[in-house]
Design a protein around this ligand. Structure first.
Ligand code: G3I
Length: 357
């Protein structure tokens, strides 16, 4: 059965490809700059290798007003095994943002997924580990002081299934919740002007995870952590139920803090279990982009921090390079096709925001 469904989808994909996908988008005429439709920052995840491509840089700066380094401002790039730092590539992204009048949003200071050898060597050293932790955050957040509008200070602290929090090198050495309170305090010390976010994913598709996340936010706020923003990554797939996005954004906004839709993309491949064809998948995908755009736009102005898409063109998507479950070339999760043409997904966002500025 699965084989039949998969070959059915593959055939539909091939058919759509030869018919010229996204015919609907082609009939819409020239695309207005997306950022011109929104009174809030419209962000995109980037990496230095992409910025070096003039066509990429031109499309990016036409439509977006904020950048997030996709991975080169993270510990995996900055912190070398010997404990020294390298900043060439994050500095280059910060410089590109400055040169193009774009806001910089930074990710991420502390993330369970980053387990660098330099910290592994310090595991169990108590104050030594704590000092290195503070030094890393002061050095990195301090370097972009006055440049980064905000930081994903703590990333993905909630367990995958939403039951409790992740065990990681940070919680093992500094304590659960405590490592997060420290991260926010050190980041505020380094850059008092940056909006400090906690960021996580599947908050729309897994209500149990959203509930755990919200209880964590409550605890951190009660402890006085300078947590000033909530990031909902919004990596979703086309089978997400209509309304789930709106419910999640509304609930998360209940804290009254700025909201960052921080990593939006809508995978078709991950919805491939649906018995449907590509046209229906693309229609579901566009509706979800429109719902995300509408739900964000409906927030009070003070809570509309930024709306960020996790990549520029479909071929730039992380999903294509995903180790566990790489997307095939027919998975087109973003707003622009491989040639940089706006897709139906682009128009879904543009139509949701038209008239708001
Ligand atoms: O570009 C280098 C290449 O030169 C080198 O040969 C290769 C092997 O070492 O690495 C390449 O860099 C990789 C980079 O993606 C570009 O493909 C890094 O190793 C790899 O770690 C990096 O993965 C990023 C991942 O976070 C881990 O930082 C993805 O681009 C990025 O999309 C992904 O983003 C995360 C968010 O931070 C948090 N939410 C989930 C999201 C998707 O996983």
């Amino acid at each position: 059965m699965r084989l039949a469904r998969r070959s059915f989808l593959a055939a539909a994909a091939a058919l759509a490809a030869c018919k010229g996908r996204d015919a609907g988008a082609q009939s819409r005429g020239p695309a207005p700059p997306l950022k011109s439709l929104a009174p809030w920052p419209v962000g995109c995840a980037v990496m230095t290798s992409e910025l070096a491509d003039p066509a990429y840089a031109q499309l990016l700066s036409r439509h977006f007003s904020q950048l997030t380094p996709e991975w080169e401002m993270k510990m995996e790039y900055i912190l070398k095994d010997d404990g020294t730092f390298r900043f060439d590539r994050p500095d280059a992204i910060a410089a590109f943002a400055r040169q193009h009048g774009m806001r910089l949003y930074a990710t991420t200071l502390i993330w369970y997924a980053q387990n660098p050898p330099a910290f592994q060597k310090l595991g169990g050293t108590g104050q030594g580990f704590a000092d290195a932790y503070r030094n890393y955050i002061l050095a990195v957040a301090g370097r972009y002081r006055g440049q980064a509008a905000g930081w994903d200070t703590v990333n993905e602290a909630v367990a995958e299934d939403g039951e409790g929090l992740r065990d990681c090198i940070w919680s093992r050495n500094l304590g659960q919740d405590d490592y997060m309170v420290r991260a926010f305090e050190h980041a505020q010390e380094a850059d008092p002007g940056a909006v400090l976010f906690i960021n996580d994913y599947n908050l729309e598709s897994l209500p149990r995870k959203r509930a755990t996340f919200m209880r964590l936010v409550e605890r951190l706020l009660k402890r006085g952590a300078p947590l000033k923003g909530i990031g909902t990554q919004t990596h979703i797939d086309a089978k997400l139920q209509p309304g789930a996005l709106t419910t999640a954004i509304r609930e998360l906004a209940g804290f009254g803090l700025p909201i960052h839709v921080s990593e939006l993309d809508v995978s078709l491949n991950r919805a491939a279990g649906l018995l449907t064809d590509r046209i229906d998948l693309e229609a579901r995908q566009a509706r979800l982009y429109g719902e995300a755009a509408e739900a964000f736009a409906a927030l009070p102005e003070r809570q509309r921090f930024a709306f960020t898409i996790w990549g520029l063109r479909d071929k730039d998507s992380w999903l294509r390079g995903e180790k566990e479950n790489p997307s095939p070339p027919w998975d087109t999760p973003l707003l622009f096709d491989d040639l940089g043409n706006p897709k139906t997904t682009f128009w879904a966002v543009a139509d949701a925001w038209r008239g708001r500025k």
